[in-house]
Design a protein around this ligand. Structure first.
Ligand SMILES: C[S@@+](CC[C@H](N)C(=O)[O-])C[C@H]1O[C@@H](n2cnc3c(N)ncnc32)[C@H](O)[C@@H]1O
Length: 145
């Protein structure tokens, strides 16, 4: 899938489905929040949610007091949904509409979070991963990861 096709694929999903209509919707992203807390990151740590879409993780991070949150997604429509839900609180978050495969991070992030975004990029992992012994590849990077 080309970058343009990937963008229109995801944009189309968020244009045609409501926040709750996607199979990956979570009312409460508790596991992600627990994992982020377990990193020991302080509330002033820069945190980025890659492929955050319209996820409620950003709401939960704001509620938990995190101050330097960035959400990146290919689909600006998804980011618009999250911003609309947060209302005035959305100004406390940095929103980046970009393809993570070509995006150049402008700073260091203490925590990179991804839920079901890199999952779709197994082709990239195959391209950048060092060569594996023959027969190993499917074990190391199973199809669909
Ligand atoms: C299955 S959704 C998961 C959304 C969110 N992480 C959640 O847990 O609700 C995958 C997300 O990854 C985004 N995405 C897919 N490929 C991407 C890419 N190359 N760069 C940035 N975002 C991407 C999609 O737009 C979509 O919002």
């Amino acid at each position: 899938m080309s970058n343009i096709e990937r963008h229109s694929h995801w944009q189309n999903i968020y244009q045609t489905k409501g926040e709750r209509d996607v199979s990956w919707f979570q009312e409460s992203p508790r596991i992600s929040l627990d994992l982020i807390r377990e990193t020991g990151a302080k509330t002033d740590a820069p945190i980025i949610d890659i492929g955050g879409g319209a996820s409620r993780l950003v709401d939960a991070l704001l509620n938990a007091g995190f101050e330097r949150i960035t959400v990146l997604d290919l689909a600006d429509k998804a980011l618009a949904m999250a911003k609309a839900r947060l209302g005035a609180r959305s100004t406390k978050v940095k929103w980046i509409a970009a393809d993570v495969t070509t995006w150049e991070p402008p700073q260091l992030y203490e925590v990179w979070h991804d839920r079901a975004a890199f999952h779709f990029l197994s082709w990239l992992i195959r391209r950048i991963a060092p060569p594996m012994p023959s027969g190993c590849c499917e074990l190391c990077v199973p199809e669909g990861m």
